[in-house]
Design a binder for this molecule. Sequence first.
Ligand SMILES: Nc1ccn([C@@H]2O[C@H](COP(=O)(O)OP(=O)(O)OP(=O)(O)O)[C@@H](O)[C@H]2O)c(=O)n1
Ligand SMILES: C[C@](O)(CO)[C@H](O)COP(=O)(O)O
Length: 229
Amino acid sequence: MKTQPSKVVAIVPAAGIGSRMQADIPKQYLPLGEQCILAHTLDVLLNHDKIDQVVVALNPEDQTFPSLAQATHPKLTTVVGGKERADSVLAGLKIADSGSWALVHDAARPCLKPSDIDKLLASRLDNPQGAILAMPVRDTMKRANTQGKIGETVCRESLWHALTPQLFPAELLASYLDKALQNGVNITDEASAMEWGGVQPALVIGRADNIKVTHPDDLALAELFLARR
Ligand SMILES: Nc1ccn([C@@H]2O[C@H](COP(=O)(O)OP(=O)(O)OP(=O)(O)O)[C@@H](O)[C@H]2O)c(=O)n1
Ligand SMILES: C[C@](O)(CO)[C@H](O)COP(=O)(O)O
């Protein structure tokens, strides 16, 4: 009987360039109140008592990270990220103890609340193969046609927005992620690699304010949500 992973290692993909943000610096270093987006994200993870280690995947060109106060935190390690988000996550997984849980969280989601981390970690008991924070879709969903008009209305009955953190046994996730990437599978979140491996991760309802800062107008929203800590 395989023993359950014990340690929790947070893996933070932070090697992106934030092209959709149209800023002159990578979006994870854009200011949000008193500190940058990445600093806020790291604070939530580093200060959580059930997270044993934080591994940050950085862009090889990144010369900003060492200036962050969080850079010297004893729980924190860095790795060099990869071409895509999934490659960066895999780089982080490679240094995580195989007997640990990998809690993968986007650097670009600074509004994560500790209570959502608690909820996700609590799901381990009933879901030994992992779970993700997610939010049921609230709006009517449309699929556009090639003319940019409404092609069809998509049934929203069981549609969810996948959020992060996403929590999986590190060894299993590393194995499926590595194989999926080698097979050219389009992996945009950790759950899609696990699903490719035949796993059906659980869905844990997460907060709507756990937004991913992607476009310029997300910044004001993130500031508002951070102020509501
Ligand atoms: N090669 C990459 C690409 C993305 N990320 C990280 O994955 C997270 C989610 O990705 P996204 O929001 O798409 O960030 P970017 O790729 O930077 O944005 P864009 O797609 O607009 O360039 C971000 O924290 C980003 O830094 C990463 O670690 N390595
Ligand atoms: C992982 C994720 O945040 C789940 O919604 C999302 O897939 C990241 O997508 P991105 O295009 O890499 O930002």
